[in-house]
Design a protein around this ligand. Sequence first.
Ligand code: 13P
Length: 230
Amino acid sequence: MIYAANFKTNHTRASTHAYVEKLNSALSAKKPEDKVYIFPPTTAFDHYEGDFTIGVQNAHEAYNGAFTGEIGVEQLDEFGIRTIMIGHSERRGILRKSQDQVIEKFSYFEKEGFEILYCIGEPLSIRDIGEDAVYRYLKAQLNGIDISYEKLIVAYEPIWAIGTGRSATVKEITTVHKELKAMINRPLLYGGSVNLKNIDEIRSIEEVDGVLIGSASLDAENFSKMILGS
Ligand code: 13P
């Protein structure tokens, strides 16, 4: 299983150090085949050590240059970061990134050989129309993306389940993951209100290769418990 923590705009470098220290003591007990990722805010980057991979929540598609307010590969190299999240619904929605912009970023970081955690997910208005509309929407978010990229991980995060406390049901996750798995031969994560209470049923779904966790990952002990299981 893959366990990915998306801190979003939470935590500082100091609190991330404290977090990593707590997490490390728990991770010695994790299953060897489990893989842990942490996506802290970029200001929290440092040279962390432990049985996990640090990724970046976003970066500009350039090595360096005149891109005020952005960071590029040069800044990521300083911290040895080779994993990037692309297409998160908060960037598509709140930060208004179009599929074309997402594709451009994906292509650049693929060429750079980064591991890419690519996020897709439908809004409630699409879910309300029905399953076929959901599949069409998700397929459009895979348009222009090299889904055979060997360093690709996909995360299905229905927008209506993010930060709402309302996770998709086991049935909803299973049907969407089955549909996606028929197209993509890469690890597939579920995200959206995954927490200590529902993680057991979610990880027991055959088509779920891991979870992408926001709110419930912010506390190191909570995240550790989710990884180690009951
Ligand atoms: P929550 O776990 O807070 O719903 O966030 C999910 C998410 O967006 C992870 O990327």
